[in-house]
Design a protein around this ligand. Structure first.
Ligand code: CKP
Ligand code: MG
Length: 311
């Protein structure tokens, strides 16, 4: 079995150095919240698998090659001969303004189906990770997400749901209607502060949403606060972890890094303080380096930021 199985859509991200409207060179990267998490865990030595559909062409081969190169198991990935790869443009419009554009409607990844996930789940996993992006992609991807969360939690796996609201894909109301029931399968719920009411009542405050989640059986609620770190709620109370004082150059992928660090700490048997420390450490690596996942640490690099005093 795996330590962690995650699934979703991996994207080919094309990054510009300047405004897209004036063209110029683009660089090609792997993107996708779930594959970012998979790489974060694989780099730390955990047995990690990613499942999903990829296009049966050069771009699909690129996705698989990148994941394999990072030590992520892709044995249970489906190749889709009919649909194209999902693309994402990351436009460096100005030094302070990055714009994201998706070309993922009708993609191979968005056609994810329950049947694509059966073999990977049958292999067994300690943790199932999923995000609120996948259920936004299609009806079949939504059902696959629900089925996987239910099946894994019944089998005794720890289910981790990262809300990851993507306003380009669906409205807050549509997201809430799907993600709130999905949260009932989760043991660990991850959200940024502004996403929290997508797993509770519209407009509800943090304390109310968290109380509702803990009532429904969620064991740990992680509220990400960006440069202010994160709060972790359990039945025993709340704990705050400050962020590490690094220079942020690229915040895309920070949330995935945080989640990967937390789950790695869980796999290593760390206590809550230790899990949070690893979460903010991976978050710091992600924001202080370029790329969605490229800067994530290997195990022997985990202590490199230890001398930085929390701000
Ligand atoms: O919440 P994060 O910034 O950690 O997520 C970033 C990823 O999957 C990025 O890699 C991108 O491809 C996406 O989120 C997305 O679909 O927006
Ligand atoms: Mg996120």
């Amino acid at each position: 079995g795996f330590d962690l199985l995650t699934f979703g859509e991996a994207l080919v991200s094309l990054r510009s150095a300047g405004p897209l409207a004036t063209g110029g060179a683009l660089t090609m990267h792997l993107a996708g919240a779930e594959s970012n998490v998979a790489i974060g865990l694989a780099r730390l030595g955990h047995r990690t698998a990613w499942a999903g559909r990829v296009s049966d062409d050069e771009l699909g081969r690129y996705v698989l090659r990148q994941l394999r190169a990072e030590g992520v198991d892709v044995d249970h990935v489906t190749r889709d001969p009919e649909r194209p790869a999902g693309l994402m443009f990351l436009e460096r419009r100005t030094a302070d303004l990055t714009r994201v554009g998706y070309h993922r409607a009708g993609s191979a990844g968005s056609a994810l189906h329950v049947d694509d996930l059966r073999p990977a789940l049958a292999a067994g996993t300690r943790i199932l990770h999923l995000t609120g992006i996948t259920p936004a992609l299609s009806e079949t991807a939504r059902e696959a997400s629900r089925w996987a969360a239910e099946t894994a939690s019944r089998a005794g796996a720890l289910v981790c749901l990262d809300v990851n609201h993507r306003a380009r894909l669906w409205s807050r109301d549509d997201a809430r209607a799907v993600l709130s029931p999905l949260a009932g399968y989760a043991s660990v719920l991850v959200a940024s502060a502004d996403e929290l009411d997508l797993v509770g009542e519209a407009g509800a405050d943090e304390a109310t949403v968290v109380a509702g989640l803990l009532d429904r059986g969620v064991e740990t609620v992680l509220v990400k606060l960006g440069g202010d770190g994160a709060r972790a709620y359990t039945r025993d109370g709340v704990r705050h972890a400050p962020a590490l004082p690094v220079t942020a150059v690229d915040t895309v992928g920070a949330g995935d890094a945080f989640t990967a660090g937390y789950l790695s700490g869980h796999l290593d048997g760390l206590d809550l303080a230790g899990r949070l420390r690893r979460a903010v450490t991976l978050g710091a690596f992600a924001v202080a380096g370029h790329g969605d996942w490229e800067a994530l640490p290997r195990r022997d690099e985990l202590s490199l930021l230890d001398d930085l005093q929390p701000g």
